[in-house]
Design a binder for this molecule. Structure first.
Ligand code: 13P
Length: 259
């Protein structure tokens, strides 16, 4: 049984004041979520403040990216020890916005993922095809390339500690989510690859999230798919009530599966 996981990716949104208010809203609205794990990834400037608000509660803290070296002359970058110090236990890697806007390569993403695992943080490796790639029938080729490169040199035990997120680029921020069938098809394919890269048993334990226009209204049908182990939420995670709505749906499914 894989516990559903819901991650809020706040992206480059929110002042410190807004981040504090959102974190407090989540803390007060999600006192004891059962059957679900919850993580939020605020911008770097809000991490310490959000960490203080969430400390001692069930909601965990994550970052949106990291540098793979522990320290050094890397102007503008943030290292994994710095993230750990403010309470981050999770970090997104390979988000399509960073691949596209910052030119992050599969090789760099692999360095970050391995550094995170080495330092005890959980990487959430994001993969996904563009609309054009889907049109050309390259969906599986694209995600397979991203997965294999992202996990290159990573052993079975470490793959077991990794989370994957399938985020079709055409579904991010567009209001057009993948259908549950589309998500399940790609996520099932990714799980098949994990069986090969790690082992069949490990592949069954790794959580694969879906991301791309997830809202409280469509979360239930997406999360009902056995291959969809949770959600990576952008826009709808910026409002406490809508994020809590998604978490509650995931919790209901997680609790039902356990009973
Ligand atoms: P939206 O939920 O805004 O589509 O963003 C998805 C995403 O990119 C989460 O990482």
């Amino acid at each position: 049984m894989r516990t559903p996981l819901v991650i809020g990716n706040w992206k480059m949104h929110g002042t410190l004041v807004e981040a504090r208010a959102l974190a407090a809203g989540l803390r007060d609205g999600l006192k004891r979520p059962r059957g679900v794990q919850v993580v939020v990834c605020p911008p770097f400037t809000s991490l310490a403040a959000v960490s203080e608000i969430l400390t001692g509660g069930p909601i965990q803290l994550g970052a949106q990216t990291c540098h793979h070296e522990a320290a050094g002359a890397h102007t503008g970058e943030i290292s994994i020890p710095m993230l750990a110090e403010v309470g981050c236990r999770w970090t997104l890697v390979g988000h399509s916005e960073r691949r596209k806007e910052m030119g992050e390569s599969d090789q760099l993403i692999n360095l970050k993922l391995r550094a995170l695992l080495a330092q005890g943080l959980t990487p959430v490796l994001c993969v996904g095809e563009t609309a054009e790639e889907r049109r050309q029938g390259l969906t599986f080729t694209t995600v397979e390339g991203q997965l294999r490169a992202g996990l290159a040199g990573v052993g079975t035990d470490e793959i077991a500690k990794t989370v994957l997120a399938y985020e079709p680029v055409w579904a991010i921020g567009t209001g057009v989510n993948a259908s549950p069938t589309q998500a399940a098809e790609v996520q099932g394919y990714l799980r098949g690859l994990l069986s090969e890269l790690a082992s069949k048993e490990t592949a069954q334990t790794v959580r694969i999230l879906y991301g791309g226009s997830v809202k409280a209204e469509n979360a239930e049908v997406l999360l009902a798919e056995p291959e969809v182990d949770g959600a990576l939420v952008g826009g709808a995670s910026l409002n406490a009530q809508s994020f809590i709505g998604i978490v509650r749906k995931a919790a209901r499914i997680g609790t039902a599966a356990k009973e």
